[in-house]
Design a protein around this ligand. Sequence first.
Ligand code: SF4
Ligand code: SF4
Length: 482
Amino acid sequence: MTPTQTRTLRLGEFHSFEGGGRQFLYLVPAGAIFELDTPVATLISLLSEGPATPEELIGKLTERDFAFDDAMELVQEMFRARVIVASDAKPEPLESPPDDFPLQSLVMNLTNQCNLSCQYCYEFGDDKVATPEGKPKFMDLATAMASVNFLLDQSSGRKAVHITFFGGETLMNFPLLEQVVKYANQRAREQGRTIDFSLTTNATLLTPAIIEFLSENRIGVTVSMDGPPDLHDKLRVFANGKGSYNLIAPRVKALIQGHRTRPITARVTLTNGVTDVVRIFRHLKQDLGFHEVGFAPVTTSPDRLYAINERGMDGVLAEFQVLAEEYLEYALRGEMHGFSNVSDTIAELYQGVNKSHPCGAALGLMGVGPSGDIAPCHRFVDSDTHSLGNIATGLDRAKQADFLNRGHINSKYDCHTCWARPLCAGGCHHEAFVRYGDTGHPNLHYCDWIRDWTDTCLRIYGAISAQNPGFLEQFAERKALN
Ligand code: SF4
Ligand code: SF4
């Protein structure tokens, strides 16, 4: 359809924002960013008064000194870009990924045992979904090898795949990790493919030999750490209640110094009383030397003592915004800042993502537990309710389809008019289950927060693209986004 074939036109679905002194539109159905120049701004202001026929619009534009041909071309171009649409246009549903969508990443929970007792842990805390009773506590070599084969079999068409080692505490099963790296590299080589690795650890068991192995094998490391001792030790404790900071701090420093091949990331869980984002960031980045620091508010029922209430989340947003402005200053100087909550969103904006599902769970990403049970992601590992089959017997396609159908944005009616949906798509399936008892329920408790944060990231993106677009190119190259 062309604009002249429609009776009336109205504004399409977009979110306006300002960045670096310029105006932009975030075009929702396309997940794309569009800079607003004077002609487009004029067209939008005309249609803000209400729907108009193409003839009326072109007439009003020519009254504002547009040549007839320019006015016509502008209306046509904006119609193609979906900045303006037919008044009776219906939103187009997003297509589902194909049934045989190839796997890209496998999270292998090498053990469900942990030497810490962090009170907010989704694996062991009050909100746990795992049912590990009667199942193996440590993965064995046969299950691990079958898991690697599963990843390679289910990822056909992909040249490069990824394994993340996870726990429990991953390093409690380090001997198996070493064997898996050897076996997976050999299998990938036989197929002319590449495989890379990462792991998440609480850092308590790091030794110089382990650090050497991680560095030699280019294994990316994320350390779960919540900041300086007074904050970290609030909840990241041993079973006797003693904090773990003093044990891990020297090990973390040795890791950052000794691991020469990949950046080291800290992952901070924010809880009630542990929300000093800027102070935590400074400590982890400047005092300890992490390359990247990412923050995640605890996923839990709101009545837990360590849950952050609405006021606390407002404080978190304000602190995020301080670091986001700092991120922008760095980017304008061509430097990386290290606040991964901004870089993750910038990466998605750069790629123009328009998600059918909030994340890769049960799509490009799956988890596998010590028993070989397959899960949508690491957070559902060992949960009978959410199992998608077993490595020994194969993927249960019907269960996978059910999980994906319920999590699809088309099923989340509350999200259909939300401008943040191309990035959010309803939020984490695990959080949805903990909060609402349904992995497909949108996480409606944090919509305002998500929209405010997304708007902040859009402003940062707009300012960078206006004032130092070269940074985005370098950023994309570093993150291999192209
Ligand atoms: S969960 Fe909320 S913020 Fe996210 S897409 Fe749905 S309505 Fe928007
Ligand atoms: S379901 Fe939640 S925890 Fe699992 S991969 Fe998705 S966002 Fe992450």
